[in-house]
Design a protein around this ligand. Structure first.
Ligand code: PEP
Ligand code: MG
Length: 892
């Protein structure tokens, strides 16, 4: 039996969108429920997939098209190419996922020198028929034959000019009769062949063109940006024409069952009397609001309104509907779930639940978490004109403008004068924090989505663009150049952390607004989700913020951020340096003692802010050189001092510092002396931190709080590391409890950040009571990709060339890194069935990764406070999906 490749509208259904495309499936559904849809048929996406290989239509498919065409002719009582009663059709694309405007459409197909006369006679409107004919030649020639539109537009303009007209509407039948041969001459000139007069030949060429358009460059780019698989293919819909341009009793328009911008329940849309669909889109004439139709065609309005209501109830979602009125008769040409702003998507989903149309599970699945993150931050006014200089990685959402400033101290000084600044650096380090704190946003030319700049900005909720390699920064001259333009310190620039765009000048922004519907949706998300959502927070302020966003714990407190937050406490950085530069153990212990007091205060405040939720504190992790000045800068300073003949003392101190920096320098610092290796070699550092944690916990418990700290050791890869560190932690816990005269529970755990830890997780779990996956490092170490360099150097090309489907630092690589996570979970559970499992890498805030973590059965995810609402929503989606919920009929 031959495969069915062509479906009449009455043979399809809404749930056949993979085969018939969204448009075809919905035309079928409307036909079946009895709405007035001009008859037609759909050629399936399977044919498109085949076409991409063979570039031809098989005889079986051609036969089915002919058969469907014959039925269409019969139904309409019209014939293709008939000289008295000709059939005219539209040919449109329609993929399973809506790709508005990306592929091709041809209207009025079937017109030729004979049928145009017949159409004129049948409608009694010569002008209409000849206008339709010249439009068809123009559209067909452009879309199917690839002739630029300007060739036709210039002819039209020339005729208008000749007669002193300014508007197309002034042209009459006799003018179009002169224009048509000129159009046909253009075609002959370009193709060497006359314009095809045979409607069947026209139809076949149009079907080929629509299938070809699946692979046109703009469709390819759209699919890439919107993550639409190339393999879906488009269907082709062939439908009898309905004419909205047959006079003042005809019209064409688009309407929505709810406001797509705000989500308000109101009948919304616009229409044009005496016009064809393309006129509404082209914007040549200003359409009327839909309410106006009530006055001009009350009966049609009433019918349209009722059908829209019916469609919304049928699909249980806001509908976007195209309609045409031909001589007072209403036709539905398309319906689909309407595109909407993130704010509207939330309101509509919540309202539909309240109206009893959908379930809470369905509502949760209707809102895209990735888009929600943007509504928590200021966004660029969509109406703004942008002067885009370059595009980097969209590292932390939000839009900001300010003057470009190239070093943190200048940023602090200029911000102190009340200026808004954007800090621009090749990359950032803890040394830059004070500048980041006072900046509106951060821009770096290097680094990736898990770089220091990205992580810290996300934590601060500041817009950030990283890895913008197109900008060439000259720190000394305090400027950057990009595509021949120069931006100097003081010039205003803007960044958009949602798109990665860097712009010249100031851009208008709109402030975020947390609607009551959003709060309701998040409450439902909490009812549905099973995965815990914690936050990565390093300060009492962040902890409070995390709680406000709905975090139920801290999954990662990076203690080094407390040392390094020079902007808040420059004295801490100085003490941290004292500790690192100490020559003797005594000196180091003295510095550590000072740090212990500082850290204890922080921990106390964090515990208090989060009480009664759990807090995981990670011990010192980065390579120590990160706390020291840059080697190159220091070498220059020393050289200058020598040249100036500076005093012995000053020079000696700097030389000493340089010697130490050089001693600590490593070829591969991210694989070097960092993480728990610091605690193994300098146990006194970890001992100090553990003591500070337990002292703070003891104090809280004495005050009646119930604090059970979770002490986390980073970068463990060998069981003997965690055995030693567990012992150290337990010993200090015992000492502190005795000193304070209180007992409390606590946990000792490890991060899983290197593959060796994952594959020996059964041994490690003998000592670790919990695992937290540090997927930033785990991605780095599993792939062997530097998290600081890969994105700027080759990863983008890897994704562009589809060597990798996605940036693995953003969305977990399920096959590789994900598998490593699964192995660690399996082995960990084998030793310790109740082991607590979490993730605190940046993937903890990525919706696709969250679904994976839910399926693996983790206890919680942890992400930056600003991403907590997104994670709550994504966690609920994962739970709803796992129990079989779908977004709803007609939704992909
Ligand atoms: C990680 O590696 O995923 C992690 C959370 O630690 P950091 O980013 O601080 O290295
Ligand atoms: Mg790490």
């Amino acid at each position: 039996m031959t495969r069915k490749s062509v479906y009449l509208f009455e043979e399809g259904r809404a749930d056949m969108r993979m085969l018939l495309g969204g448009k075809g499936a919905n035309l079928a559904e409307m036909t079946v429920i009895g709405l007035p849809v001009p008859p037609g048929f759909t050629i399936t996406t399977e044919v498109c997939r085949e076409y991409q290989q063979t570039k031809t239509l098989s005889p079986e498919v051609l036969a089915q098209i002919d058969e469907a065409l014959a039925k269409l002719e019969q139904k309409m009582g019209k014939k293709f190419g008939d000289s008295t009663n000709p059939l005219l059709v539209s040919v449109r694309s329609g993929a399973p996922v809506s790709m508005p405007g990306m592929m091709d459409t041809i209207l009025n197909l079937g017109l030729n020198d004979e049928t145009v006369e017949a159409l004129a006679k049948a409608t009694g409107n010569e002008r209409f028929a000849w206008d339709a004919y010249r439009r068809f030649i123009q559209m067909f020639s452009n879309v199917v034959l690839g002739i630029p539109l300007s060739n036709f537009e210039s002819i039209l303009e020339e005729h208008k000019h000749r007669h002193g007209f300014t508007q197309d509407i002034e042209l009459q039948a006799e003018h179009f009769k002169q224009i048509v041969p000129e159009y046909k001459a253009v075609v002959e000139k370009f193709t060497g062949k006359p314009f095809p007069m045979d409607p069947r030949e026209q139809l076949m060429a149009a079907i080929h063109a629509v299938f070809r358009s699946w692979d046109n460059p703009r469709a390819q780019v759209y699919r890439k940006v919107n993550k639409v698989p190339d393999t879906l293919g488009t269907a082709v819909n062939v439908q009898a024409m309905a004419f909205g341009n047959m006079g003042e009793d005809s019209a064409t328009g688009v309407c929505f069952t709810r406001n797509p911008n705000t989500g308000e329940k109101e009948f919304y849309g616009e229409y044009l009397p005496n016009a064809q669909g393309e006129d509404v889109v082209a914007g040549i004439r200003t359409p009327y609001p839909i309410a106006h139709l009530k006055e001009t065609m009350p009966a049609v309005y009433e019918q349209l309104y009722n059908m829209c209501e019916l469609l919304e109830s049928h699909y249980k979602d806001m509908q976007d509907i195209e309609f045409t009125v031909e001589r007072g008769k209403l036709y539905m040409l398309q319906c689909r779930n309407g595109k909407r702003t993130p704010i509207a998507s939330i309101k509509i989903a919540v309202d539909l639940v309240k109206e009893g149309k959908i379930t809470k599970d369905e509502a949760i699945l209707r809102v895209e978490p990735d888009k929600v993150v943007n509504i928590l931050h200021p966004a660029i006014d969509p109406k703004a004109k942008l002067d885009i200089l370059a595009t980097g990685l969209a590292a932390s959402p939000g839009a900001a403008s300010g003057i470009a400033v190239f070093d943190p101290d200048r940023a602090v000084a200029l911000a102190g004068e009340g200026k808004k600044v954007i800090m621009v650096r090749p990359e950032t380090s803890p040394d830059d924090i004070h500048g980041m704190v006072v900046s509106q946003g951060i821009l770096t030319s290097r680094g990736g989505m898990t770089s220091h700049a990205a992580i810290v900005s996300r934590g601060m909720g500041k817009p950030c663009v990283v890895g913008c390699e197109a900008i060439k920064i000259d720190l000394e001259a305090r400027l950057f150049t990009v595509n021949g333009r120069t931006i100097k310190e003081g010039d205003v620039i803007s960044i958009d952390g949602a798109t990665g765009n860097v712009m010249a000048g100031e851009v208008p922004v709109v402030d975020p607004e947390l609607s009551p519907e959003f709060r309701t949706l998040l409450e439902w998300a909490d009812e549905i989700k099973t995965l815990g959502v914690r936050a990565n927070a390093d300060t009492p302020k962040d902890a409070a913020l995390a709680r406000e966003f709905g975090a139920t714990g801290i999954g990662l407190c990076r203690t080094e951020h407390m040392f390094g937050q020079g902007g808040y406490h420059p004295e801490r950085m100085a003490v941290a340096r004292e500790m690192i530069l100490a020559e003797t153990k005594e000196e180091r212990l003295a510095a550590l003692e000072k740090l212990r007091v500082m850290q204890r205060e922080d921990f106390y405040e964090i515990f208090k802010a989060m009480n009664p939720y759990p807090v995981t504190i990670r011990l010192l992790d980065p390579p120590l050189h990160e706390f020291l000045p840059d080697e190159e800068d220091l070498a220059i300073e020393v050289a200058l001092l020598r040249e100036k003949g500076a005093s012995g003392e000053e020079l000696k101190a700097k030389e000493e510092l340089l010697r130490k920096v050089r001693a600590l320098s490593e070829m591969n610092p991210m694989l070097g002396f960092r993480g728990c290796r610091l605690g193994m070699i300098y146990p006194e550092i970890y001992e100090m931190q553990v003591r500070a944690i337990f002292e703070a916990a003891a104090q809280c418990n004495k005050e009646g709080m119930n604090v059970e700290p979770e002490v986390m050791h980073p970068l463990v890869g060998i069981v003997t590391e965690i055995a030693f560190l567990k012992d150290l932690t337990d010993r200090v816990a015992k000492e502190v409890m005795e000193e304070y005269g209180v007992t409390f529970k606590y946990m000792v755990g490890t991060m899983i950040e290197v593959p060796r830890a994952a594959v020996t997780a059964d041994e490690i779990a003998e000592y670790a009571q919990f695992f937290s996956f540090g997927t930033n490092d785990l991605t780095q170490t599993t792939f062997g990709f530097s998290r600081d360099d890969a994105e700027g150097k080759f990863l983008r090309q890897y994704v562009d060339q589809k060597i990798l489907p996605e940036n693995p630092f953003v969305s977990i690589d399920r096959r590789g890194v994900g598998r490593v996570v699964e192995i660690a979970c399996e082995l960990g559970r084998k030793t310790r069935p109740d082991i607590k499992l979490g993730v605190c890498g940046e993937h903890g805030g990525d919706p696709a990764s969250i679904e994976f973590f839910h399926n693996v059965g983790l206890t919680y995810v942890s992400c930056s406070p600003y991403r907590v609402p997104v994670a709550r929503l994504a966690a609920a989606q994962a739970a709803a999906k796992a129990r079989g919920a779908k977004a709803g009929a007609g939704t992909v």
